[in-house]
Design a binder for this molecule. Sequence first.
Ligand code: SF4
Length: 293
Amino acid sequence: MPITNKYGLSTPWIRIAEQNLYDKVGWRSATELVGPVRLAMLRDRHREHIEVDVCDMSHAILGEAVHTLLERAGDDAITEQRFIIDVMGKEVSMKPDRFEPEAEHLRDFKTAKVWAYVLGTKDEWVRQTNIYAHGLRQHGHTVSEISIELLIKDWDYKGPLGQTTIPKNEYPESPIIRIPVDVWLDADVEDYLRDRVMLFMDLEDTPDNELPICTMEERWGRPDKWAVKKKGGKRALSGGANFETEQDALDFAVTKNHPCDIEFRPGKSTRCEHFCDAKMFCNYYLNHINPAF
Ligand code: SF4
């Protein structure tokens, strides 16, 4: 992937960005396998033509910086060590952040925005860390606990005030939180890995436009919603903000003893819009998310 430097930043930024992009070993990484297959395929096929500006990699660079600092803890933990396992004859690589052999505890460090936390990329994290645990077991370790330590970049002590669409009870309590992860049985990880490897292999020759569309979860999506407001009012009525169909909103409106407006609130696909570097090669993005292109 060619890296551009539109704002004339100094070379260290470019080097960090390059390291982040080209750290690929084996057939596929655990991170790729748990992510959207369409995105991984498009990235591979169009790698030479996907231009990324160093500024657009600020999130990845920040994540890398946090990892590097945490790696310096200087204790007996195994940090950032590469493991490769064989799944159906394919090399799957992984680099767990931190494994404490004595405590049998695997920890993964992540940086994300509040929205990523609230929207639930967590399932992807659960699958990824359980593959790491499987890889560690394959190399003779015992893993009995997994947790994710998440640094939330845009956390605000005032809570979700500026982000009114985030329910107060879903807002994280502090800027760094620990999320315990369910430890899967090894047989379940093996089944999951086999399914993913087979899916990726089966789709290797599928044309771009016929690759399965990334799911709502993979797109970090929010579905369309309808809200009910008092006629002429600005805010949704209590209990009237989150209807999944227009009919549900209409049914709610007729229970009120005053005229109402129904407001359509279009959904979002945050990953497609802001974090997918292959989007210009994705017919779903071009036709549905940003048809202006
Ligand atoms: S633009 Fe969206 S649907 Fe297309 S590959 Fe990227 S994440 Fe998937």
